[in-house]
Design a binder for this molecule. Structure first.
Ligand code: GRF
Length: 217
C-alpha cells in the first residue's frame, strides 16, 4: 500500500519531528515524511530533516507582510511535495481559517496537555498551579479554535508534588514522542473518522489499565 505523504511544520527544537522521522524509517510504517518546513530559519529541528535526507525549508514568517502571504508560501511548498497530510509539531504560528479550511481533516497537531484542559501556552505551569495529579498530551485534528479540534489520541502521565514545570514538560514530551507516531499511523491507515466532535478509531481495541496517582499503598 502507498504510504501517506506527510509534511511537518515546526518552529524550534523538533523532537516530535524526530519521533515521526524515526517511526517512518520502518518501511511498514504507513506514512512517510516528505517535507519539513520551519517558520524560523534557526530551528534546530531542520537538522533532523537534513540528517534523514528529507527536503526541508525555512519559510521565515517575518519576511511576509501578513499571515496569508506566509501561509500561501507554506501551502505552495506542501503542494509541490504532494503532501496528503500536515503534522504540526511545535509549530508556533496561529493559522488562519483559510489555511485550516484548505487542509480540513488533513491537519493534525500535538499539544502538551490533556485537552480540553490547559489549551494555549504555559500548560505545565498551569497544570501544576491547578494541582492536577495527572497530565499528558493530546493529538488532535486542527480546527479554527486553537487547541480544540477533534481528539485522535491522548497519553497520560502522573504529576508529582515535587514537579517543576520543566520536569513535567520532560515527562509529557516523552509521552508525546510515543503518542504522535501512534496517532499518525492511525490516520495514515485511514482508521480515524470524525463523528461530530469525536474521532472514532476503526478496529482499535479499548485498553483497560488505569493510571492512579497517588498510587495505592
Ligand atoms: C511540544 O511539547 C509540543 O506539544 C508543543 O511544543 C513542544 C514542541 O517540542 N506544541 P518539539 O519542538 O517537538 O521538541
Amino acid at each position: 500500500m502507498a504510504r501517506m505523504r506527510v509534511g511537518v511544520l515546526i518552529s524550534g527544537r523538533g523532537s516530535n519531528l524526530k519521533a515521526l522521522i524515526d517511526a517512518a524509517r520502518d518501511p511498514d510504517y504507513p506514512a512517510e515524511i516528505v517535507t519539513v518546513i520551519s517558520n524560523r530559519p534557526e530551528a534546530q529541528g531542520l537538522e533532523y530533516a537534513e540528517e534523514a535526507g528529507i527536503p526541508n525549508e525555512a519559510i521565515d514568517h517575518t519576511l511576509f507582510a501578513g499571515r496569508p502571504g506566509f501561509e500561501g508560501a507554506v501551502s505552495e511548498t506542501l503542494r509541490e511535495a504532494e503532501v496528503d497530510l500536515v503534522c504540526l509539531a511545535g509549530f508556533m504560528r496561529v493559522l488562519t481559517a483559510d489555511f485550516i479550511e484548505r487542509w480540513r481533516e488533513r491537519l493534525i497537531n500535538v499539544h502538551p496537555s490533556l485537552l480540553p484542559a490547559f489549551p494555549g501556552l504555559h500548560t505545565h505551569a498551569g497544570a501544576i498551579a491547578a494541582g492536577v495529579k495527572i497530565s499528558g498530551c493530546t493529538v488532535h485534528y486542527v480546527s479554527e479554535k486553537v487547541d480544540s479540534g477533534p481528539i485522535i489520541g491522548q497519553a497520560a502521565v502522573p504529576v508529582f508534588s515535587t514537579d517543576t514545570a520543566d520536569a513535567l514538560a520532560a515527562r509529557v514530551l516523552n509521552a508525546e514522542h510515543r503518542l504522535y507516531p501512534h496517532c499518525l499511523a492511525l490516520v495514515a491507515q485511514g482508521r480515524t473518522r470524525i463523528v461530530g466532535h469525536a474521532v472514532r478509531i476503526a478496529g482499535k481495541p479499548e485498553s483497560e489499565p488505569i493510571l492512579l496517582n497517588p498510587a495505592e499503598e
